[in-house]
Ligand binder design. Structure first.
Ligand code: PRP
Length: 208
């Protein structure tokens, strides 16, 4: 059997995934919290684990540098990568939403400014509605943008809603539901179907 390459992004979803894999008996040599290493193998070298940035996980999978990726659906949608999405791990459940000030009052015909970490997601959403927008790409603290007048609205992830609330913003419109998903390279799905299938079944067996 060939090994499969699994791309993860460091953080909570990766930690939960690694715990799930350990429950199935797969342990990765030298993997501990403080390590700066980026490549790990399980004991019998059937899984090669690589750590990349979250938004790069779909790119690695699309290009075939990884056979499988496990990452938040927010990154999959933003990357627009052409991959198969085969499993919802039900970790990190949240949603995309359009949010703004409670007294928002913008006409549908005027071009809106949307601040977001996810410009592709925002563009696709408003294009479907026929609403012209321009996006301002930010890398965090997006909630600040409508408060200080940098944007009319934001498109961002809402989990508990407390960041919006504490900054005096409200959800204007719910968008896609997000959670951690398993994605597969289209060629690997055909050429390594046994390995990929076994890996997915292993994970499924320890998910409730
Ligand atoms: C994310 C997201 C929201 C917040 C939502 O930010 O961009 O700001 O979490 O969570 P909540 O609904 O539970 O409050 P993150 O924590 O990644 O920080 P960032 O602002 O640096 O992107």
């Amino acid at each position: 059997m060939e090994h499969i390459t699994l791309a993860l992004a460091k953080g909570r979803p990766a930690n939960s995934t690694i715990k799930l894999l350990e429950t199935t008996g797969e342990y990765f040599t030298d993997l501990h919290e403080d390590t700066r290493k980026l490549v790990f193998y399980n004991a019998n070298k059937t899984i090669k684990l690589i750590f990349v940035k979250a938004l790069d996980v779909p790119t690695y999978v699309e290009k075939g540098a990884a056979d499988i990726g496990i990452v938040g659906r927010d990154n999959i949608l933003e990357s627009q990568a052409d991959v198969y999405e085969l499993l919802d791990l039900k970790i990190g459940q949240c949603k995309f939403a359009v949010a703004g000030k409670p007294d928002h009052n913008f006409s549908d015909t005027q071009k809106l400014t949307i601040a977001t970490k996810y410009p592709n997601v925002a563009k696709k959403h408003f294009k479907k509605k026929g609403q012209p927008i321009e996006t301002v790409k930010l890398n965090g603290s997006v909630e600040l943008a409508p408060i200080i007048g940098l944007a009319d609205y934001i498109v961002d992830i809402v989990e508990t809603g407390s960041t919006l609330k504490e900054n005096g913003l409200i959800v204007i419109e719910d968008m896609d539901l997000i959670s951690t998903r398993l994605i597969v390279n289209k060629a690997s799905f055909a050429t390594k179907s046994e390995e990929v299938g076994q890996f997915i079944n292993q994970l499924k067996s320890v998910m409730e």
